[in-house]
Ligand binder design. Structure first.
Ligand SMILES: NC(=O)c1ccc[n+]([C@@H]2O[C@H](COP(=O)([O-])OP(=O)(O)OC[C@H]3O[C@@H](n4cnc5c(N)ncnc54)[C@H](OP(=O)(O)O)[C@@H]3O)[C@@H](O)[C@H]2O)c1
Ligand SMILES: Nc1nc(=O)c(N)c(NC[C@H](O)[C@H](O)[C@H](O)COP(=O)(O)O)[nH]1
Length: 221
């Protein structure tokens, strides 16, 4: 399975403010770049923190990209995947609508009534892990369902986890020309953090976009 990360951050590395609400860091060119990446993957993954903060839809904006997917025998939109141990994804949320497939990755800790409500809303549940979602196990289950290429959009907790579990092949980040600040604001990689054996990246390209830069890396083995 190929796994790529794409996110947008401020110059000081923040994904949002300390209020953890969605902030438009990308400009129109970068949002279109994100749409292009989404069109090339089989699934777009976010953590439950992002779902609760942003109520994201995670579908394609460009109708021509949707049509090209259909012309090649694929679904109009990539599947949407939420990493959500306890099944807190709101069944009435945009991510559960019928615009695209939705997978919710839960752990054994997800109460049955929440699992039932999500299935009723049309989501397919994958159970992996006792407390937190076991990402390698869950991603294997996604691969068995034909999902071979995943885009991880965030947030910071999830991004750190996929890097820590050596699941990531590429990382691209748009650095917007603004400072958000805040010791409690989410950053590109949160979680426990590394103290040794830091994850090493190889810089591939630097591109000026929307008054900021897109940095593209290969994640070293
Ligand atoms: N600028 C951008 O590109 C961008 C992109 C995405 C999000 N954001 C922002 O980032 C913020 C949300 O980020 P976040 O870090 O709070 O939340 P997140 O990464 O979206 O979700 C993290 C949550 O996922 C669940 N989870 C389950 N298994 C996990 C595992 N193995 N590894 C990691 N997480 C696991 C945990 O909640 P449970 O314990 O309940 O399972 C965890 O707290 C929002 O402010 C959003 O606006 C910005
Ligand atoms: N690339 C990017 N630039 C940003 O400025 C920003 N705030 C996000 N945030 C990503 C997060 O996952 C959002 O929730 C989804 O990008 C929303 O996706 P929809 O438009 O609802 O499909 N991502």
């Amino acid at each position: 399975m190929d796994v790529v990360i794409n996110a947008a951050m401020s110059v000081d590395g923040k994904l949002s403010s300390r209020r953890r609400e969605q902030i438009k860091i990308s400009g129109p060119e970068d949002f279109d770049r994100v749409d292009r990446i989404r069109a090339d993957v089989d699934g777009v993954v976010v953590g439950i923190g992002t779902v609760l903060a942003d109520n994201p839809h995670l579908t394609l904006d460009d109708p021509e990209r949707r049509q090209r997917r259909r012309d090649t025998g694929r679904s109009s939109d990539p599947a949407r995947v939420v990493v959500d141990s306890r099944g807190r994804t709101p069944p009435e949320g945009r991510i559960c609508d019928d615009a695209a497939e939705t997978y919710v990755l839960v752990s054994d800790a997800a109460p049955e009534e929440r699992r039932h409500a999500l299935r009723e809303a049309g989501a397919e549940l994958i159970v992996a892990g006792a407390q937190r979602v076991d990402l390698p196990m869950a991603f294997d289950q996604l691969e068995k369902r034909g999902i071979d290429r995943l885009l991880i959009e965030g947030g910071g907790e999830l991004i750190f986890s996929v890097i820590e579990t050596d699941l990531v092949d590429e990382l691209t980040v748009f650095v917007g020309s603004l400072v958000i600040g805040g010791r409690d604001a989410p950053t590109l990689a949160d979680g426990e953090g590394f103290v040794t054996n830091f994850s090493s990246l190889s810089l591939e390209t630097v591109e000026q976009v929307d008054g900021g830069v897109v940095l593209s890396y290969i994640v070293d083995d």
